[in-house]
Ligand binder design. Structure first.
Ligand SMILES: Cc1cc2nc3c(=O)[nH]c(=O)nc-3n(C[C@H](O)[C@H](O)[C@H](O)COP(=O)(O)OP(=O)(O)OC[C@H]3O[C@@H](n4cnc5c(N)ncnc54)[C@H](O)[C@@H]3O)c2cc1C
Length: 457
């Protein structure tokens, strides 16, 4: 053990430092890929330990890569040999739930699903939710400003944060565990760190918003004849459900058929012959009234020809089954291995043209690959999965290159990481990227925190 690791050991103790063969047994990248080449994994148990460890690393010019649940999909947690991994997995306490104020105070290592369950016990809802909920941690969720399935109603991770505690590279602790919705006292610094992919500071604790739990949930999967019909359906639901729409997940036929017909992993809840499938969810308090209204709106859409077929979830088991189909990225990834996932956003008015053009161009260079499209359409967010892919750069060029023409973003949710830094300029101006570099240099002058992610200095 070198001098730095010995000093770190004296701060975090035996259970806070892994510096043996167990390091290589851990993955290095998303989806459990790779073997971790770090010299050590440091697992502090509180903010003070994080601060002391970072101060030591900063003084020594030692690179530190924060890793949480390792479910991020932009390669923003990959470390290189000689680097140290910082994991807050032992900082997993839900410190307090304030029922009156509808807030929860957590340490950053809390797994998101545990936070959701804790809120439910108090008849409250933590609104950020997505397929990786069982592994992703609060620190990773905030590090990437995660979105998920309910953004259309509750906003992204950023919109749930009231207060944040962050440790800077030099060990300084910025603690602003604000609990109120309104606080206009100068620059709102928390937003600098949310979505900064571990490059500006280590998030150690947070005060997050909770919402009233909506005990009644209506879920349906419907088929639409055209993309235009999915847009009209979204408009109708937004207008007629009076703000209760909480998810609007569109699956192109290529997504549905791969899971239902080719892989046979899910029953064909609807015939696989349609062009578009939408998983819709509405949440409210009054079950009977909510259901009536939901069915009325869907019936109206069927009469108008926007919806051509539908299955309504009659119970929570059916609801889970419909969601399991939408969330089954695992089966997609296996079937299309090696798969390249894309996560882009653009104005709804361009989406049909963009997705069609991207698919045609990708199929032209990869005629044997599968190409599937799905996404959180209500948020203007589309995911493509392409695979198997040998030459990722050629596909990137098409998918990201086309976005400039449609005023799109190369990352809607997953961040930039290593994977997209070459494409950041498609979505952000030189002036913006220069300011990002200035901020990075100001708060982390030695560049020890997650270097090489988002941009190079
Ligand atoms: C099946 C599946 C579905 C997904 N669906 C969605 C979706 O719908 N919406 C969505 O937004 N994402 C989605 N993702 C991506 C991923 O789950 C999110 O990006 C998630 O927020 C990452 O959390 P994590 O704990 O795994 O973080 P990690 O992947 O470990 O880290 C993510 C980033 O946060 C940084 N970080 C980690 N901890 C800290 C900390 N304490 N302080 C500062 N920075 C930190 C890391 O350095 C890294 O840059 C999905 C992933 C999978 C596998």
């Amino acid at each position: 053990m070198n001098t730095l690791l010995k000093a770190i050991h004296s701060i975090v103790g035996d259970s806070g430092l892994i510096a043996d063969e167990r390091v290589a047994q851990r993955p290095n990248e998303n989806l459990g890929q790779g073997s971790c080449p770090a010299i050590a994994i440091v697992r502090p148990s509180n903010t003070e330990e994080v601060s002391q460890v970072l101060k030591l690393c900063n003084d020594a010019g030692q690179v530190v890569v924060p890793q949480a649940g390792l479910t991020g999909l932009a390669n923003n947690t990959r470390c290189e040999g000689g680097e140290i991994i910082l994991s807050l997995e032992r900082m997993n306490k839900i410190e307090a739930i304030d029922i009156l104020g509808a807030t929860v105070t957590v340490e950053a290592g809390v797994v998101v699903e545990n936070l959701q369950r804790a809120a439910e016990e108090h008849n409250l809802l933590f609104a950020v939710d997505w397929g990786a909920r069982g592994s992703a941690q609060v620190g990773g969720m905030l590090g990437t400003n995660a979105g998920g399935n309910k953004v259309i109603r509750y906003g992204m991770a950023r919109d749930q944060v009231l207060g944040l505690e962050v440790v800077l590279a030099n060990g300084d602790v910025l603690s602003n565990m604000n609990e109120t919705l309104k606080n206009n006292t100068g620059y709102d610094l928390k937003h600098l760190f949310i979505g900064s992919e571990g490059t500006l500071g280590i998030i150690t604790r947070a005060v997050l918003r909770l919402r009233p739990a909506a005990p009644a949930r209506q879920t349906a999967m419907v088929a639409c004849p055209t993309f235009q019909a999915t847009l009209e359906l979204l408009g109708a639901l937004n207008q007629k459900l009076e703000g209760k729409l909480s998810a609007f997940e569109v699956m192109w036929a290529n997504f549905y058929r791969l899971l239902v017909v080719d892989q046979k992993k899910h029953p064909a809840y609807l015939s696989p012959e349609y062009d578009f499938y939408v998983l819709i969810q509405s949440e409210c308090v009054d079950s009977e009234r909510g259901r009536e209204q939901f069915l009325e709106v869907l019936e109206g859409c069927m009469e108008d020809g926007i919806v051509v077929d539908a299955i309504i979830a009659e119970n929570s088991q059916k609801t889970e089954q419909l969601w399991a189909l939408r969330d089954d990225i695992d089966t997609l990834a296996r079937a299309m291995h090696p798969v390249v996932p894309y996560d882009v956003s653009l104005p709804l008015r361009y989406m049909d043209e963009y997705t069609s053009e991207a698919e045609i161009q990708v199929r032209a260079i990869l005629p044997d690959a599968d190409f599937v499209t799905f996404g959180h359409l209500g948020d203007g967010n589309i995911h493509f999965c392409v695979g198997p892919v040998a030459d990722k750069a050629a596909v990137n060029k098409i998918v990201y290159g086309l976005l400039a023409k449609y005023s799109g973003s190369v990352s809607a949710e997953h961040g930039i990481g290593y994977d997209k830094k070459g494409y950041l300029k498609h979505s952000r101006s030189d002036a913006e990227i220069n300011l990002m570099r200035t901020i990075k240099t100001a708060v982390d002058p030695k560049g020890i925190l997650n270097p090489g992610k988002i941009f190079d200095l």
